[in-house]
Design a protein around this ligand. Structure first.
Ligand code: ADP
Ligand code: ASP
Ligand code: MG
Length: 418
């Protein structure tokens, strides 16, 4: 590919008038394209959007659990698949679904074209498995949109500055969609998924959880970082940094979902907590007598993500997603550190912009947890989140107890306003 094949597109500033009025980016997750019937329904939705007169870009995830299956297949073949080859393999899932959606759109009499991340001009750094988007060279998308085509882009992937195929980390199609919305100056970035929006807790754990009408970028960052996997953390960072408003909604209904945007006072006047999140997929390390700067230099080199960080005296506690556990162990071993790994802990967090002005939240949360016999091993707080590490088997009970304590099942919790 020649170096002039793309034309770098400067990131669109939110204050600028959008260059292409009427562009919409619509992203569909794995459950939404899980079988041929669902693929046809997604095609129908994209065609309807096009019928309303806009320029339509669809971003799709791999069908159902295809990415998990591809990862498992790699490990069946090789104990340590090379990261470059793993990315070649797992990027395939999204290519399949976007080609199928393009075929279904053609059957509805509408022109469409499917593009890989690379063809769509998504350029990333060289970090396989968790690559960061560094540029979007959208010339080819613009040309196809100018020809009145619906453009389908394979999510979750790009091409590195070293010309290799990369993937963006699990859940990365969300980030593809937001990056495209920013680069194209889209009016809307719609994230279609298998729930009706962002809820006060995972609706699969707390049946009476309520759909939130609006959530600020800061709150959504905290919720995504602490386990609400409905949006990939990086996609929320990208949206905040580029002023892209997100609308998380159901693939299967026309109902409004949840708006993610700048904070406004109406979000705060009703409920101080936006939600309770949880994750069981975390490793917690307790490290003794090691210079924190040395440790975090080593951690940064591996590219792993660290969420919680606590220091008491000469003891440091930090947590990482399970997928980064081996990196953390490797870094600690190289430094000759002595550490304890807490394996059977889950993390339950309360998040909300109202926390800033309501310090009593902590007391209420501790009381709720002790009410169900749970004593957190570690607690970490940010201005708008408190995270409690509790035994894995107590996680769901803790989520329910905190959801009850902050009355998040009540109508006021959903921030509905005119
Ligand atoms: P997709 O395949 O569409 O990207 P994901 O599985 O990545 O969907 O994310 C949607 C899932 O996120 C939901 O099915 C739900 O179980 C889970 N989830 C966790 N926390 C929340 C929350 N607070 N609000 C909504 N969904 C949540
Ligand atoms: N298919 C990828 C995954 O399962 C990306 C995504 O769904 O957003 O992580
Ligand atoms: Mg997802």
């Amino acid at each position: 590919m020649s170096r002039t094949a793309y034309e770098a597109l400067p990131t669109v500033e939110p204050a600028e008038p959008a260059a292409s009025v009427g562009t919409v980016v619509m992203k569909f997750g794995g459950t939404s394209v899980a079988d041929p019937e669902k693929i046809r329904r997604v095609a129908q939705r994209l065609v309807e959007a096009k019928g309303r007169g806009g320029r339509v870009v669809g971003v799709v995830s791999a069908m159902g659990h295809h990415t998990d299956e591809l990862v498992a297949l790699a490990h069946d073949v090789s104990a340590r698949p090379k990261p470059r080859e793993l990315d070649m393999l797992i990027s395939v899932g999204e290519r399949i679904s976007c080609a199928l959606v393009a075929m279904a759109i053609a059957d509805l009499g509408q022109d469409a074209i499917s593009l890989t991340g690379s063809q769509a001009g998504i350029v990333t750094d060289t970090s396989h498995g968790k690559a960061k988007i560094v540029d979007v060279r959208a010339r080819r998308i613009h040309e196809a949109l100018d020809e009145e085509k619906i453009v389908l882009v394979a999510g979750f992937q790009g091409v590195s500055t070293g010309y290799d195929i990369t993937t963006l980390g699990r859940g990365g199609s969300d980030t593809t969609a937001v990056a495209l919305a920013a680069a194209l100056g889209a009016d809307a970035c719609e994230i279609y998924t298998d729930v009706d929006g962002v809820f006060t807790a995972d609706p699969r754990v707390v049946p009476e959880a309520r759909k939130l009408h609006a959530v600020s970028y800061e709150e959504m960052l905290e919720m995504a970082a602490s386990g609400a996997k409905v949006l990939q953390l990086r996609s929320v960072e990208f949206a905040r940094n580029h002023g892209v408003q997100l609308h998380v909604r159901s693939t299967f209904t026309d109902e409004d979902g949840t708006w993610i945007r700048e904070e406004d006072e109406r979000m705060l006047e009703k409920a101080m907590i936006s939600g309770v999140t949880h994750t069981a997929d975390e490793a917690v390390f307790e490290v003794h007598d090691l210079d924190p700067a040395t440790l975090f230099d080593a951690v940064a080199e591996t590219g792993m993500s660290v969420d919680t960080l606590i220091q008491v005296g000469t003891t440091l506690v930090f947590s990482t997603p399970l997928e980064d556990r081996a990196d953390a162990e490797g870094a600690l071993a190289r430094l000759g550190a002595s550490w304890i790994e807490h394996t059977h802990l889950g993390k339950v967090s309360v998040a909300g912009a109202g926390l800033r002005s309501h310090p009593a939240v902590a007391a209420r949360a501790f009381a709720a947890l002790s009410g169900v016999g749970l004593k957190p091993s570690f607690v970490a707080a940010s201005p708008i989140r408190i995270a409690f590490f509790v035994p894995e088997e107590g996680v769901e009970q803790a989520v329910q107890a905190l959801h009850d304590a902050f009355e998040l099942g009540e109508p006021t919790a959903d921030r509905q306003h005119a």
